[in-house]
Design a protein. Structure first.
Length: 431
């Protein structure tokens, strides 16, 4: 940007393009041309602006504010930012002196980032973690200014005491989740100008070694016995739940995704019949993420999140043919005849059925994905990238995700055919 004196800037004539000229020490001038399509262009003219590496703020029109007043404003802005405050909050009342942890929690929880772009299950989990676990320990009426991570405040101490309490007798995973929710609440408080930049107290301790509990799983050698137990169905699980579990075994989809499969999602993609599970569905004009697909919230907002494609094998087709006569009149493949909370089989049903089959502590729906991941490589000699794509993982770093549009559906269909055949050989009875 060219640097001029204010006198030189004011002597410039407008052109058909916007002109931006530096005036020194963070002050710059902007000349906005008239819009030829409008007789009276409201914003045309010369203006003083302030800008640094992060912020930009208009000071005023050059015919209404002097250079001296403009430079005084620049010093005021620089001092404000030096204190770690957002320039957006300058000139506004500072609610941080009276804002409480509950004010910040309510503001964040009721924001569109939470209510419009997260699944109902995630929202309920966040609500429990925030209001039932964090708030009683931090204190609903604790002032936000007292929770900042500063030498003169106890914010870090209060949050660390909360973590110690939540970790008692547990692995630490739940405490970590609660801390993550609190971190987002404090980020909201910072954005609102209630806390200064860099004062978020919900930072994970470096020395905190997490012992994460993995979902229990079985080995490939134990699969025949499991499939036998599934076939015998001693707890008398319903037909719909049995079929959901079988589809889960063949696809390795997350339970939340497989239970809500829809007939309308069956499409032909690149000549291959698939379930094309969308990243979101629209409800009352809002984009609601489809549970179990795990796509980035901001990709969903921008409309660039990609569907999860599941090639349909002969065995899956056999299962669909068997259940079609019972559910084809609705959109849900696994319609729940007694569903109250969900129109489809409850996402918790597969895990409940596995427990009733005698696999409590031995296998979960998510743990089956470990069998798929491991045996896919060791037994079927399949490329790991193909397996991960089929499991719904987003492949690669941000650059690869931005440019790589490949789906490898032919290879994935071939892998799933081999996988389903292997399950049948191990004792899976489809219908």
């Amino acid at each position: 940007m060219t640097t001029l004196t204010v006198e030189q800037f004011l002597s410039l004539e407008p052109t058909d393009k916007t002109q931006r000229k530096g005036l020194g020490n963070g002050l710059y001038g902007l000349i906005i041309p008239k819009n030829k399509k409008k007789k009276n262009s409201k914003f045309s003219g010369k203006y003083f602006y302030w800008k640094n590496s992060k912020f930009e703020k208009r000071i005023g029109a050059c015919n209404k504010i002097s250079e001296k007043q403009a430079r005084k404003k620049v010093l005021e802005f620089q001092d404000w930012v030096r204190q770690g405050k957002s320039i957006k909050s300058l000139g506004q009342p500072e609610p941080k002196d009276t804002a409480t942890f509950k004010d910040a929690a309510d503001g964040w929880f009721n924001s569109s980032d939470v209510q419009e772009f997260l699944s109902a299950v995630t929202i309920q989990n966040y609500k429990n973690q925030l209001y039932n676990q964090a708030m009683p320990l931090i204190g609903a009426d604790t002032l936000i200014k007292d929770l900042m991570w500063r030498d003169e405040t106890r914010g870090k101490e209060i949050v660390m005491n909360m973590l110690k309490t939540l970790r008692k007798g547990r692995t630490g995973e739940q405490a970590r989740k609660v801390l993550g929710v609190c971190r987002q609440v404090f980020d909201y408080a910072i954005e609102s100008g209630w806390m200064s930049q860099g004062s978020n107290p919900a930072v994970l301790p470096r020395k905190w070694k997490q012992v994460k509990g993995h979902n229990p799983s079985i080995t490939w050698q134990e699969v025949p016995q499991f499939l036998y137990d599934l076939k015998m169905n001693e707890p008398n699980g319903t037909y719909e739940v049995q079929m959901v579990v079988k589809m889960m075994l063949m696809t390795a989809l997350r339970a939340a995704a497989v239970t809500q499969l829809r007939w309308s999602w069956i499409k032909e993609v690149e000549g291959i019949k698939c379930f094309a599970i969308p990243p979101f569905i629209e409800i009352d004009g809002k984009k609601v993420p489809v549970s179990g697909v795990k796509r980035n919230t901001y990709d969903i907002k921008k409309g660039i999140a990609r569907p999860l494609f599941v090639p349909i094998t002969d065995q899956m087709e056999e299962l669909l043919d068997d259940i079609r006569h019972k559910t084809k009149h609705t959109d849900y493949v696994f319609l729940s005849p007694r569903g109250k909370k969900y129109p489809h089989v409850c996402p918790d049903a597969p895990n409940k059925h596995l427990r009733e089959l005698g696999y409590k502590g031995k296998l979960t729906a998510h743990g089956w994905r470990s069998v798929f991941y491991t045996a896919g490589q060791e037994v079927l000699n399949t490329n790991l990238q193909i397996i991960k794509r089929q499991m719904g993982h987003v492949i690669g770093d941000k650059v690869q995700q931005a440019y790589d549009r490949s789906e490898h559906l032919v290879a994935r269909k071939d892998f799933l055919e081999k996988w389903c055949n292997a399950l049948v050989d191990k004792g899976l009875v489809i219908a």
